[in-house]
Every structure is written in C-alpha cells, then in structure tokens.
Design a protein around this ligand. Structure first.
Ligand code: ADP
Length: 261
C-alpha cells in the first residue's frame, strides 16, 4: 500500500494530551500525548502490560481516566460517551454472536439496535462474506469470524474504527486478506486505530505507529522514519537482508522480545 502523507493541517480526529490512568499503585498510562488524523491508520505497539488496551479502551469510552484530556472528533471523551459511541466502531479480539442467527439475521439485528439503514447484503459484501449470508457465526473460519466482526463494527458508519489485534491467531493467508480489508476501509476515509504484536503488519498497514513502554510513548513516527532513525544510530540487523525492520525498532526501544498474547 502506498503510504500517503497525512494532512496534519486539519484538526485531529483523535487528540490525547497528557493522559494518565492508574490502577491502585500501578500507573498504566503515564502522561501520553498523541494526535491521529483523518484517514490515518495509527498503530499502538508495545509489550504486554505497556498500557495499550487501557489507552484504547479510554478512547472507546469503556474505561475512565484520572488526568489529562482525550478527544474524539472534538468531543471530550469523559463527557460524551453516548455521542462518541455512535461515531466509533469497535472490533474486539474475541467476539461472541448469537448461535442461532445467521450472519444476515445478525446484521439485521445490529442495524436495528443502531438504528441504521445498513443492509446485510451491503455489509457482508464489504467484508467479502456474501456467500456466507445463511451461515451461522460458529461455522466460520477464524479469518471469516474476524471479517464478520469488522462488518458489525462498521454498521453505524463510524468515523473511527478500533481494531484490537485483528489478525492474532490467523493463518498467513487469512492475515493478508484482513490486511486488504483494512486498506479498503482506510481508502473509504475511515480513520483506524489498531494494536498488533506483528511488526510486519504494522509496517504494512500503519501510516504512523506509537511505541508504548511502561505507560509512556517512547517513539511516534511512520515505520519508515523509525527504521531510518534506528539505522542512523548505526544499528545493523543480523537477521535480515534489509538493514533493519520495525521489529528491530520495537526491541531496541522497549528492550522486550516480541510476545504474543
Ligand atoms: P497492554 O494492553 O499494553 O497489555 P494494559 O493496558 O492491559 O496493557 O495494562 C497496563 C497495566 O495496567 C498492566 O500493568 C496491567 O496489569 C494493569 N491493568 C490493566 N487493567 C487493569 C485493571 N482492570 N486493574 C488493575 N490493573 C490493570
């Protein structure tokens, strides 16, 4: 995918300033600030426990925060849960849908709940599941399940889509299918914020990534620039023909081996 320059002259769709969140004596999010712009795919990377989920769930209005500010589409998250929920789509790592409703029936049900006119035909075609309209969720493969949960997340025509480790557990082919879907959604102008433990995925999909460690952002830039900055420091990877990749940036900055939940 051609990584287009992001127009940072516009107001950001997501604006986070000096955000703090503690759980007892654990500081999960330690004063982070970042902006995400319209049409951007923004990645949050970091080892387990770094504070990614807490940050994302604050933006999704699912968790409270102690200090700082967070805005989505100029609405302060703390005071606008309902309005924000109507403007975002959330695809979680694990989903459960109704066992005895087909995909088209499930979409029709969610359309009614969200009071939208999205048709099941249109939504299933967006995620390449038209031929599965009469199937039950439990009959789908892992990749198809993930694509279906993205269709559900898109039902209310969100301006921001949150994807939490969308390809974890998928085989390489299903993973690449999902990458294509993410690119299609981006091309429709929807802003995407995603977490992933796969550095090649972040490199392929993200315009910019924030690398979080111990609740702080330790780097924020395009994958290309982060790699270049690492190379400029004299880094040379032993493992690949390319001098460095985003995985090297991640390990160099966080001191952690890559782990998968
Ligand atoms: P990540 O998504 O990067 O793995 P999290 O945001 O889940 O990180 O966690 C950040 C830190 O906050 C971790 O130390 C974790 O144990 C702690 N934490 C997360 N959720 C809770 C919670 N509900 N109660 C107490 N501690 C939590």
């Amino acid at each position: 995918m051609e990584i287009k320059a992001i127009n940072t002259n516009n107001n950001p769709i997501i604006k986070v300033e000096k955000l703090y969140k503690t759980y007892g004596n654990i500081t999960a999010v330690n004063g982070i600030s970042f902006d995400v712009y319209k049409g951007e795919v923004f990645g949050m990377l970091g080892p387990n426990g770094a504070g990614k989920t807490t940050t994302i769930e604050i933006l999704e209005t699912l968790r409270s925060y102690d200090n700082g500010t967070a805005y989505i589409n100029e609405l302060e998250v703390k005071f606008n849960h309902k309005k924000i929920k109507s403007q975002i789509g959330i695809q979680l790592q694990s989903n459960s849908f109704f066992d005895y409703l087909t995909l088209e029936e499930t979409i029709n049900l969610y359309s009614k709940i969200y009071n939208t006119s999205s048709s099941s035909k249109e939504m299933l075609s967006k995620v390449d599941l038209t031929d599965k309209c009469k199937a039950y969720y439990k009959e789908l493969s892992g990749g198809q399940k993930q694509r279906f949960s993205i269709a559900i997340a898109l039902i209310n025509n969100p301006i921001v889509l949150f994807l939490d480790e969308p390809t974890t557990g998928l085989d390489p082919q299903a993973r690449r299918n999902l990458w294509d879907l993410v690119k299609d959604i981006k091309n429709q102008g929807i802003t995407i914020m995603l977490t992933t433990h796969y550095m090649e995925e972040a490199q392929e999909l993200c315009d910019r990534v924030a690398i979080i460690n111990n609740g702080k952002i330790v780097a924020l830039d395009s994958p290309k620039n982060l790699i270049q900055k690492l190379l400029n420091k004299g880094f040379s990877s032993k493992r690949v023909t390319q001098k460095a990749n985003l995985e090297d940036v991640f390990i160099n900055l966080t001191g952690n081996e890559l782990t998968q939940r």
